[in-house]
Design a binder for this molecule. Structure first.
Ligand code: PHE
Length: 451
């Protein structure tokens, strides 16, 4: 397909697709959200359900979403139109693309505010965290949340960083940034786990994450773990469809997707291990909630040998992780604006990131000036998080499964995914029955119809 911008861009090679998609998947979800959700949802119980969701729902859908993107070769909405036409189905399926683009817009608005916290802490880490009593760290984080100026400043910096990369285009912007940041991220992570093994309490962290205790599983844990499986694999939000649409035909989707999911899960578990190793070594509270990364860890860094360097390196890691994910949240909407409305890349990036920025300002203000606002008992931040992660993502995932396994012609799916025989039947069966049923069951369970 060509647009007025010339022939459609493609990743330079298979390795590039792997890197950018891991870059999208590995983000604040792995390093900020996963540890605090694990800490607040009973540790190993959450990990167990999360791993099950990744296997039964996440990986099969990651493959399905990638294959839709590669076959459609367009922005998320155009891709769904092309594929619906090919299958002789209603064009209403375009709603998958639309949910994705709107969802990505919303996620990026609060994602950027959280990434802004991380930028502020990277800045603080550069001069070292002073050894102060525990309350001082909680107060320092509280003071940041209470300061609209600081929140908006760092949110603006982060959106500018994200926009700058997307402006560079598919290969010279997105691919290049990932090729630098992702290897650095892995190196830092290995260093941190090594440090955790030597200087912190790795065995305690291991017990906390893997001492499987099914009795702690309840409705809340199920729902949270499913939502998080979607979030961490970047599913249903246009990111994977879009990145898949820049994918060449020579790449094996199953193998690459398995590797991507393994890398993403590996990073979450390693980050969890190193963070809890530090938390337990310092006798701190694992269930500190969203502040875990920003209150508990700086306190630990201020007391550990070599904490100054480790702290700085750690926050740089989180910035890289967040940045490469944010890029993948901006690109789907940009590709839509460019292809559908014939905007130049520059205009599309400016327009979209300004919109996201504006919603992000509202999120930043919801922590202070507008903190009285709430809907269904949730502040704006939790509201947007719940709406996207727990509702829009599973819904988009369900529709993707139904489209790929019930609406598309089986022969087309088989040809695109490139699996044969038993392997194909297994995957197809999972996407056809297991994933949709699991998503619906968890939904019903949460609404209280089941259980
Ligand atoms: N997967 C990213 C993370 O874990 C977040 C993300 C969600 C990115 C959806 C793109 C699309 O932080």
């Amino acid at each position: 397909m060509t647009t007025s911008q010339g022939p459609r861009a493609h990743w330079s090679n298979r390795w590039a697709f792997f890197l950018v998609t891991v870059g999208s998947a590995v983000g604040l979800g792995n390093i900020w959200k996963f540890p605090y959700m694990t800490g607040s949802n009973g540790g190993s119980a959450f990990v167990l359900v999360y791993l099950a969701c990744i296997l039964a729902i996440g990986v099969p859908l990651l493959m399905a979403e990638t294959l839709l993107g590669r076959r459609g070769q367009g922005n998320p909405v155009a891709t769904m139109r092309v594929l619906a036409d090919e299958a002789g189905a209603t064009r209403w399926w375009q709603v998958i693309g639309l949910i994705g683009i709107v969802g990505a817009f919303i996620i990026l608005s609060f994602y950027s505010v959280v990434a802004g916290w991380v930028l502020e802490y990277t800045w603080r880490a550069a001069s070292g965290f002073a050894a102060l009593p525990k309350e001082a760290f909680a107060d320092a984080f509280g003071a940041l949340l209470a300061s609209p100026g600081k929140l908006i400043f760092w949110h603006t910096v982060f959106m500018a960083l994200t926009a700058a990369v997307v402006l560079g285009g598919v290969t010279s912007g997105i691919e290049r940034a990932n090729k630098i940041m992702m290897p650095a991220l892995f190196a830092i992570l290995v260093f941190l786990v090594g440090y955790g093994a030597l200087a912190a309490d790795l065995p305690a962290a291991f017990r906390f994450l893997f001492h499987f205790d099914p009795s702690a599983i309840n409705r809340g844990v199920l729902f949270a773990a499913m939502g998080h499986a979607f979030f961490t694999l970047s599913l249903g939000m246009g990111a994977i469809i879009t990145y898949g649409s820049y994918l060449g035909r020579e790449v094996s989707i199953p193998r690459t997707c398995l590797a991507i999911a393994a890398a993403d899960t590996g990073v979450a578990l390693l980050a969890g291990l190193s963070i809890f190793a530090i938390v337990f070594a310092q006798g701190l509270e694992p269930a500190a909630g969203p502040g875990l990364l920003l209150q508990t860890l700086p306190l630990a860094f201020s007391q550990m040998p070599g904490g100054h360097v480790v702290g700085l390196v750690f926050f740089v890691l989180v910035v890289f992780a967040a940045w490469t994910s944010a890029i993948s949240l901006l690109e789907p909407g940009v590709s839509l604006l460019v292809e559908r409305f014939d905007l130049g890349r520059k205009a599309a990036v400016t327009l979209l990131s300004s919109g996201v920025w504006l919603l992000g300002v509202a999120v930043a203000l919801s922590f202070n000036e507008w903190s009285a606002f709430s809907l269904f008992g949730l502040g704006l931040f939790d509201l947007l998080d719940t709406l996207t992660t727990k509702i829009m993502m599973p819904l988009a995932g369900l529709l993707i499964a139904l489209f790929a396994a019930w609406t598309m012609k089986r022969a087309h799916v088989e040809e695109e995914v490139g699996l044969r025989g038993g392997a194909f039947r297994l995957w197809y069966g999972v996407v056809r029955y297991v994933s949709p049923v699991a998503i619906v069951l968890i939904f019903l369970n949460v609404i209280g119809i089941l259980g």
